[in-house]
Design a protein around this ligand. Structure first.
Ligand code: PLP
Length: 339
């Protein structure tokens, strides 16, 4: 093993490749707040078309894309339903409540998936001044904290049918929809068809340094453009970053299969059933997550604690198959000592 630690904390730790940097350096740019950055426009149009939607909006982060996306379908004093360990509920630091003034209620699913019966029983129609009305149901695909699980498209279809009948919108946190697509073979457009609005990230598995997009109707995107500026997210010659995203869409989607294979290899070493590891994230139950993080770091492997007894390993563009193998040997040893 080299002196450099193998960093498996997150797929956000990747550095732009030389070819991605070259694409960034060559990007044509303009002032995007004036709507004059051709590279941003090209990225937004491309991603909107990919998901079969009218428009898209480039944002600095996935959190901002999610906040803008959810607020396009849920207003002040209204609610969104989501799974209890969804990123929007657990890891966006209350942004949806703070900025939109909405509330959330949750269902729990072992694999971060959909429990339609729970959604149906939680759903609150608008009864005037009595209950918080449900305006949207949010799903996450792949699901980060559940271990990169893929939400089956049939579940998304069933949710779409329920939401249509109930008059609610569907939001998708698709930060890692690229991984879901590669694992399931479901076309992006088919995912887009099942939801009203979605957020996608370029800065995770795809390896771009910065950038996410909200994707939806022209009306939702026009409104989100105003809110993005209000929140301080109006960026200027940002085509430099959009170019990294375009490069990633061209070159870094299909290769995610390698990350998925590396994750399964690591899962086996960590005594996690590889059949349950569908993409690039492995969630490992341990007696003391902080102790495992420290022991692994001392042995040259960086992993994350996402709960007191859950360690998370994430494979990505900057971890080769050989490094995954080395890290697997380290993790097997570390876990044997603590279990
Ligand atoms: C599922 C999911 N959604 C949204 C986000 C937020 O992205 P960002 O860190 O760019 O705000 C993350 C970040 O890891 C994520 O895992």
């Amino acid at each position: 093993m080299s002196d450099q630690p193998i960093d498996l904390r997150s797929d956000t730790v990747t550095k732009p490749t030389p070819d991605m940097r070259a694409a960034m350096a060559a990007a044509e740019v303009g002032d995007d707040v004036y709507g004059e950055d051709p590279t941003v426009i090209a990225l937004e149009e491309r991603v909107a078309a990919l998901f079969g939607k009218e428009a898209a909006l480039f944002t600095p982060t996935g959190s901002m894309a999610n906040v803008l996306a959810v607020r396009s379908v849920v207003g002040v004093g209204e609610e969104v339903l989501c799974e209890s360990s969804a990123h929007i509920a657990r890891a966006e630091l209350g942004a949806h409540g703070a900025f939109t003034g909405l509330t959330m209620r949750t269902w729990t699913h072992e694999r971060g998936g959909l429990d339609l019966a729970a959604v149906e029983s939680l759903f609150a129609p608008d009864l005037g001044p009595f209950f918080v009305p449900t305006k949207a149901i949010s799903i996450e695909n792949t699901h980060n904290f559940a271990g990169g699980t893929v939400l089956p498209v049939d579940d998304m279809r069933a949710l779409r049918a329920f939401a249509n009948s109930a008059g609610a919108a569907v939001h998708l946190d698709g930060a890692r929809i690229w991984n879901a697509h590669v694992a399931s073979g479901v076309p992006f457009e088919e995912y887009g068809r099942q939801v009203d609005v979605l957020a996608v990230c370029l800065s995770k598995g795809l390896g771009a340094p910065v950038g996410s997009l909200l994707v939806g109707s022209a009306e939702a995107v026009a409104e989100a453009r105003v809110w993005r500026k209000r929140m301080g997210g109006g960026m200027r010659q940002v085509g430099i970053l959009a170019a990294a995203g375009l490069y990633a869409l061209d070159h870094h989607i299909e290769r995610l299969a390698e990350d998925h294979a590396n994750a399964r290899l690591l899962a086996e070493a960590c005594d996690v059933d590889p059949a349950g590891v569908e993409t690039n994230i492995v969630a490992i139950d341990v007696p003391d997550a902080a102790a495992v993080v420290t022991a692994a770091r001392d042995a040259g492997v960086l992993v994350g604690a996402v709960g007191p007894r859950t360690v998370r390993i994430v494979t990505h563009l900057d971890v080769s198959a050989a490094q995954a193998k080395d890290a697997a040997a380290v993790m097997a040893k570390v876990l044997a000592e603590v279990r």
